[in-house]
Design a protein around this ligand. Structure first.
Ligand code: CP
Length: 324
């Protein structure tokens, strides 16, 4: 990284739909630098010293929450831990009062996950600091899409011209929405594969093909991206049974052999082994699920740095070879 790294100039990261291809590429290039930092014996830089990041997760999370925390710490930001389940939210405190209370304590960035679409956008209206959308309802999960792009670039050399199948519960998936935008903006061709009941009523305006035949799609793709069957979001019987879903759309051991030799298998996690992905398929060398998690830390370092630290003199802040 050279001195005075320029940024996207954004205050918030709320979705991929409103990012340009250049902005996505910028964040991926910035991620390269933080991957390098993460490989150091002391994987920490003082880039966000004096800044404070807090989390507001109204939904459960393992990967996103922990990787944001790890990212903030590796950038030397202070972190203010907040757990909705043990907070005054349980005494009826409103979202706005909660947010304003957190910001009053000197927080520069709030990372928010909420079951309702649009909540991060609403919070962004109330605060003077930055907001990062860590997943809002069925709407978007932008940092997941960025780490997915980074992982595809790492394994396939880039997204331009790549063919990617996204398979599963598209209707309830914020990951699918963010990935469709990110993958296609970077030049990939996306095919959504699902039974009609797990597709939105209309995909008009989505830059995708749709198929109901996974066996026909698998031989054509460079990457197959499996979505979790989100039982907690299904409010009606959309499938005869999970067993039937697995039989018709699961990535079984037989189906994985339909893929080309170099094709990769992706999943945002958490996986339902034995439902959308066979247990042994999840552990094959072509499965890059753990790489996605690993890259998530560096991608989130890039996002936090872009929002809070761009313009800082990284040449001075980031340790060089001689500092290790
Ligand atoms: N992929 C993802 O968002 O995982 P978590 O729900 O564990 O954060």
């Amino acid at each position: 990284m050279s001195a005075a790294t320029p940024g996207t100039g954004r205050r918030h990261l709320l979705g991929v739909a409103d990012l340009s291809a250049d902005e996505i590429e910028h964040l991926l290039t910035l991620t390269d630098s933080f991957v390098e930092v993460s490989r150091r014996r002391m994987p920490k830089v003082p880039a966000l010293q004096g800044r404070t990041v807090s989390w507001l997760f109204y939904e459960d999370s393992t990967r996103t929450r922990l990787s944001f925390e790890q990212a903030a710490k590796r950038l030397s930001a202070d972190t203010l831990s907040f757990s909705v389940s043990t907070s005054s939210v349980n005494k009826g405190e409103s979202l706005r009062d909660t947010v304003e209370t957190i910001e009053a304590m000197g927080v520069d960035c709030i990372v928010v996950r909420h079951r309702s679409s649009g909540v991060p956008h609403q919070i962004a209206q109330w605060v003077s600091g930055s907001v990062v959308n860590a997943g809002d309802g069925w709407h978007e999960h932008p940092t997941q899409a960025l780490l997915d792009c980074y992982t595809i670039r790492e394994h396939l050399g880039g997204l331009d011209g790549r063919r990617i199948a996204i398979v599963g519960d598209i209707t309830h998936s914020r990951v699918a929405r963010s990935d469709v935008w990110a993958f296609t903006k970077l030049g990939a061709e996306v095919t959504l594969v699902a039974p009609p009941t797990l597709l939105p009523p209309s995909t008009e305006g989505w830059p995708v093909r749709v198929s109901h035949d996974i066996d026909a799609v698998l031989p054509e793709v460079d990457a197959v991206y499996l979505l979790r069957m989100q039982r907690e979001r299904m409010t009606e019987a959309l499938l005869p049974s999970l067993r039937e879903y697995t039989a018709c759309f699961g990535l079984t051991r037989r189906r994985v052999d339909l893929l080309g030799d170099k094709a990769i298998v992706m999943h945002p996690g958490p996986m339902n082994r034995g439902v959308e992905i066979a247990a042994d398929v999840a552990d094959l060398p072509r499965s890059v699920v753990i790489d996605q998690v690993r890259n998530g830390v560096a991608v989130r370092m890039a996002v936090l740095f872009d929002l809070l630290g761009s313009g800082r003199d990284l040449g001075r802040h980031v340790p060089t070879e001689g500092d290790r």
